[in-house]
Design a protein around this ligand. Sequence first.
Ligand code: NDP
Length: 293
Amino acid sequence: MTKRVGFIGLGDIGWPMAAHVAQAYDCTVWNRTIEKANAFAEENKATAADSPAGVVAASEVVITCLPTSKEVLDVVEQAGDAWAAGQLLIDCTSGDPAGSKQVAEFLRARGVGFADAPVSGGVGGAERGELTVMIGGTDEDAARAIHVVDCFAKKAEHVGPVGAGHAVKAINQGLLAVNIQAAAEGLAALVKLGVSGKKALEVINASSGRSNVTENLFPNRVTNRQWPRTFRLALLDKDVGIAVKILEDNHVPSDAIGTAGRAFSEARKILGEEADHVEFVKVIEAKAGVEIQ
Ligand code: NDP
């Protein structure tokens, strides 16, 4: 039975996920900005390590939650000889399938298992321990991973071999981006026609065009003019880029997701690296010359 679980990457979503890990396991954490790891260890029953190797050496299972697969490969390689046969890396980054295969190969050569295990449900879902986790890997690695991520998940599913979790997550993010763009455009037009954004959402949310975007993101943030930073727009732009590549590699049309991808890349240039993903709506509002209220 797993007792010691390490966590690398205490960002917006990594922190609340790691807090659940620290409640369930003996937990060692590392974060690039080391002050955050120290603050986490003070707030939670956890130990702060001063390097990725320190986390790996102290843990049977290690979880990563970093921006992209590139940073995951970097920290996995930095830990180098600290990896030991029988360990498992669970990568909760929204990474890319090719990157996860590279990480898996590096670890397999050392007898270490790997599961890509990206999450959905946002910071709120992470705080409540209600994330959805989509897992790629062998049957054995996925079963071990499901057991560990249970501490922050309400649903964890093995969806296929290494990289399949990241592929499912990327397509989910493509759908999220399409929904945000479409809702922003549609509601901007309705407001210009004199329909209040709140009223339009109330009706749409009792109709067939509703989605998580119209039911949650727009009522809680756009029409209330609240823009909390929970998920950086830059990360969604990265995710949609992965989705488009998956579509192109598989010779599937990418018109809808590709269009949203270009719009999010443009918004990232306008709003910068720290903007939240819902602030994308501000770019549509500026072009339309209207606020969705
Ligand atoms: P943040 O940008 O808030 O945090 C990123 C984390 O990665 C920080 O701990 C940061 O350290 C660390 N980091 C960045 N670059 C490096 C590097 N070169 N080497 C080592 N560590 C590095 O991201 P989130 O927590 O929001 O997201 C993490 C992953 O989870 C992403 O792949 C994202 O797409 C995904 N995700 C996020 C969700 C959300 O709602 N936020 C929802 C679902 C998935 P430092 O503190 O030093 O900057």
